[in-house]
Design a protein around this ligand. Sequence first.
Ligand code: ATP
Ligand code: MG
Length: 343
Amino acid sequence: MSDTPTRSFTPRAFSGIKPSGGLTLGNYLGAIKRFVDWQEAGTHETIYCVVDLHAITVWQDPDMLHAATREVAAGYLASGIDPVKSILFNQSQVPAHVELSWIFSCVARMGWMNRMTQWKEKAGKNAEKESLGLFAYPALMAADILLYHATHVPVGEDQKQHVELTRDIAQKFNHDYKVDFFPETLPVIEGPATRVMNLRDGTKKMSKSGESDMERINMTDDADTIAKKFKKAKTDPAPLPETMEGLKDRPEARNLVDIYAGLAGLSDEQVIAEYAGAGWGRFKPALADLAVAKLGPISAEMARLMADPAEIDRILAHGAEQARAVADPILTRTKEIVGFVQS
Ligand code: ATP
Ligand code: MG
């Protein structure tokens, strides 16, 4: 399949974050920081979402969901997402996501969903007890993206497979209905820190819904907590190597180098060049200082924003109105293509 859509679409980037807990350093480096770069590049329209419909695929206490939705919105805003330059909203305020998701649930095949690594990981042996929504969520994610005819989706590495599935759904829809309506969206996974790992187990992804707070850095952690978590982060005893090759089979060491690179705006190779031969006694405090310098101002701004939830809600409501203006005509046309009678 060609990497370029066959007809031209407005260059548009879409992405989202679930309000399923507090934001982590993984969310910041793998997603939010890059969303800001896309916004500032000015080459694409940028649409960013707090995907609350996705959050309830696993149980969310309603009060916690409310708070987490505002926290994710505050994280976006404090990191530099500007509601004048980007559309920023929460998903449940735009009902078209759910409508298109149903149509895509009828396009996607059970076998496609069964193959999703994240489903296998999250459901594990307990699949029978998981929600139908958790199984079907890639169809909703495809709807989130294609409802805006998004051409690019900046995401962390863990979401690559779901964006590829989005392309499969777009292709099958276009093929079945003999149209050239949905674009073949590209996942964009670039730079360092696109898969930040758990601080206690370098083979697992850092996640906001992970079990222990010590395994992740939260964007709202204070300086002492950040320093403590990096100090206690699992490593091997060897010092940092001279080359990237020397990080092979050292997942925890590699992760800390990668986090440093993401925070400093350097490549992994540049970090290794600077710290070749350094022990953890030198590298970990340097990493903690860098994280505090980058996250400190953002968490202070998040706290300021979260103290005024009415203002956050106002921004989300305005964004939802803008989102509906883009989405509704695309949904209406989709319904026409499918053959629904609309008056
Ligand atoms: P959950 O545990 O509830 O799934 P999460 O931390 O994985 O939460 P998501 O809301 O699923 O966060 O993902 C939001 C965005 O953050 C996605 O683009 C995802 O790829 C990215 N992301 C999540 N975790 C990481 C990570 N550890 N490293 C890099 N990017 C990440
Ligand atoms: Mg996730």
